[in-house]
Design a protein around this ligand. Structure first.
Ligand code: PAF
Length: 282
């Protein structure tokens, strides 16, 4: 397994290979890798000659210092896990200095309003941080394809917008949410859940599935009220938001239309761990 920590070294390596026609698939991560990440890596390996995985806990996308401090940093076990998939993967694990060069600040972006919905309301500046790091990583790695999980559906929509607005020569691919057997979406944060909350957390997906069924016959408002009531009765999970939105604008649906595609989104706290999930409704 080749691990790069320096941007000019990986840039040099990739540009020489690309000159020979070799294609690159890219999976950007913040480490603490799990099966959800591995499913993206497998897709990248199927569709490209080489897969690059970046492991970088990006400080500019955290709105909470404690969350940034507590974010798991497990490079050694991440590399070991990646080796179980393929030893040909290139890992880019830069320092904050290598990426930000003394100016650890987010750029300010206009994502045509996508950034103000849902996560954008509750995590101020988060998507400026995501846009900043993903743009930098795309410029360093210059991948043909990049892979992101639909668990962060809003992030995926914003990264597609970023690539389009800046004419970045990369195809941004969304991949289905990878779930544990009990339905809980894989997340690096799951490892921090205490036992009671591990048991409670699958309620999130169970409720999303029930909401999907209700959406067939009920209005978005009725479904939202029903979901809010279910969470109010759950003593382990505190709902931050439940929202039914149209998939291209991510705006909350007021009146359902058969011509539009909707998704339901949820953010909830299990103790001090914030979990998000979503489901396609039609
Ligand atoms: O989804 C993540 O892990 C991060 O937001 C990303 C895309 C790697 C940017 O830091």
């Amino acid at each position: 397994m080749t691990i790069f920590t320096n941007k000019s070294e990986i840039q040099d390596h990739i540009s020489k290979k690309k000159a020979k026609g070799i294609t690159f698939g890219f999976v950007p991560t913040m480490g603490a890798l799990h099966n959800g990440h591995l499913s993206l890596v497998e897709k990248a390996l199927q569709e490209n000659d080489v897969c690059v995985v970046s492991v970088f806990v990006n400080p500019t996308q955290f709105d909470n210092d404690q969350d940034l401090k507590k974010y798991p940093r497990t490079l050694k076990s991440d590399v070991a896990l990646l080796e179980t998939v393929s030893k040909t993967i290139l890992v880019y694990a830069p320092s904050v200095e290598d990426i930000y060069q003394g100016n650890t600040k987010a750029e300010s972006f206009n994502f045509d309003g996508l950034e103000f919905e849902m996560e954008g309301k509750f995590r101020k500046g988060h998507f400026d941080g995501v846009g900043t790091i993903v743009k930098k990583l795309f410029e360093i790695v210059t991948p043909n394809n990049a892979y992101f999980g639909e668990k962060d559906f809003q992030q995926l929509a914003i990264i597609k917008k970023l690539a389009q607005k800046y004419n970045l020569p990369v195809k941004v691919n969304g991949c289905e949410i990878f779930r544990e057997e009990n339905g809980l979406a894989y997340s690096s944060r799951n490892t921090r859940l205490k036992p009671d909350y591990i048991k409670a957390a699958p309620f999130i997906f169970k409720t999303l599935k029930a909401a999907k069924e209700k959406f067939g016959t009920k209005s978005a408002k009725q479904v939202t009220e029903w979901v809010e009531k279910q969470f109010a009765e759950n003593k382990f999970l505190e709902l931050e938001y439940f929202n039914i939105a149209e998939v291209t604008t991510l705006k909350t649906v007021k009146r359902k239309s058969k011509l539009k595609t909707y998704r339901a989104f949820v953010a909830a706290y299990a103790d001090d761990i914030r979990l998000i999930d979503n489901i396609a409704l039609n």
